[in-house]
Design a protein around this ligand. Structure first.
Ligand SMILES: O=c1ccn([C@@H]2O[C@@H]3COP(=O)(O)O[C@H]3[C@H]2O)c(=O)[nH]1
Ligand SMILES: [Zn+2]
Ligand SMILES: [Zn+2]
Length: 244
């Protein structure tokens, strides 16, 4: 069963030349949207993909470049398509997503909870869950912003998707050398210091065999200036589909 990933956006939160760093993971026609930022609706439209073509959405954390498009998704699916989209979410993130992010825009009349807009499927952190045949996802708690919840994802035991995280060489070493991870898509802040994201200088300190399986995402508008300066790593191209 072949699994692919298409980054509908590869940009950092402040990028203008790239859409928000959100992805579609596809296996046998099943399409999972990973994060749904402010630009996701237009990014999907440019790829001729409608919200109705998606099977589910998975959320890593509640920054707007990762959840800012969920209100439109919720309203469109409810009031245009009369459908309830499936929302996969690491369990501890469920309440903050509603209380701190979505409630303000979605609450109206009898519609008072996340369940009024989504079929919520909570994921247990640290446990693999089969979302569809051939698509097993394990949320891993990673550090991004002090005091805020954020998760990376291990997919089919072989693909690690960082979402937003600070540099954690020990975790990457463990994933590759002990758990057999073969592909990594990692956020990459092009300039130091990496206070809330792994930065390029830090990622370049990884062992070569780990760098060789890393593709860099969630980058700023100056990315072209860094092509050829990323060692064995390479930048993910926005809109390109990769087998993982
Ligand atoms: O303590 C903080 C909190 C936030 N920020 C910026 O806001 C952005 C929010 O989206 P992001 O997580 O993709 O990237 C973050 C950073 O660019 C920061 O630099 N330091
Ligand atoms: Zn981000
Ligand atoms: Zn973030």
């Amino acid at each position: 069963m072949s699994v692919s990933i298409t980054m509908i956006g590869t940009g950092s939160a402040f990028a203008n030349a790239y859409n928000n760093n959100n992805a579609i993971i596809e296996v046998d026609g099943y399409r999972l949207l990973v994060d749904c930022g402010i630009t996701a609706p237009s990014a999907l439209h440019k790829l001729d993909i409608a919200f109705g073509d998606l099977d589910a959405v998975l959320i890593s954390h509640t920054h707007a470049d990762h959840v800012g498009g969920l209100e439109e998704l919720a309203f469109q699916m409810k009031f245009v398509h009369q459908r309830t989209p499936v929302l996969y979410i690491p369990a501890p993130l469920r309440d903050p997503l509603w209380e701190h992010t979505l409630k303000g825009g979605l609450v109206q009349g009898a519609l008072q909870s996340l369940d009024d807009f989504f079929e919520v499927r909570e994921l247990t952190v640290g446990e693999p869950a089969e979302l569809a045949p051939g698509l097993v996802i394990e949320p891993i708690r990673t550090e991004h912003i002090e005091g805020r919840l954020s998760y990376s994802f291990l997919i089919n035991e072989q693909f690690f998707y960082s979402a937003d995280m600070i540099f954690n060489p020990g975790l990457l070493q463990q994933l590759v050398d002990e758990r057999g991870v073969r592909h990594i898509f990692h956020d990459c802040q092009l300039t130091a210091p990496g206070t809330v994201h792994a930065c390029l200088d830090e990622l370049l300190t990884l062992p070569a065999h780990i760098q060789s399986i890393i593709r860099l995402m969630h980058y700023g508008d100056t990315m072209p200036e860094y092509v050829g300066r990323t060692g064995p790593m390479s930048f993910v191209e926005q809109g390109k589909t990769y087998d993982i």
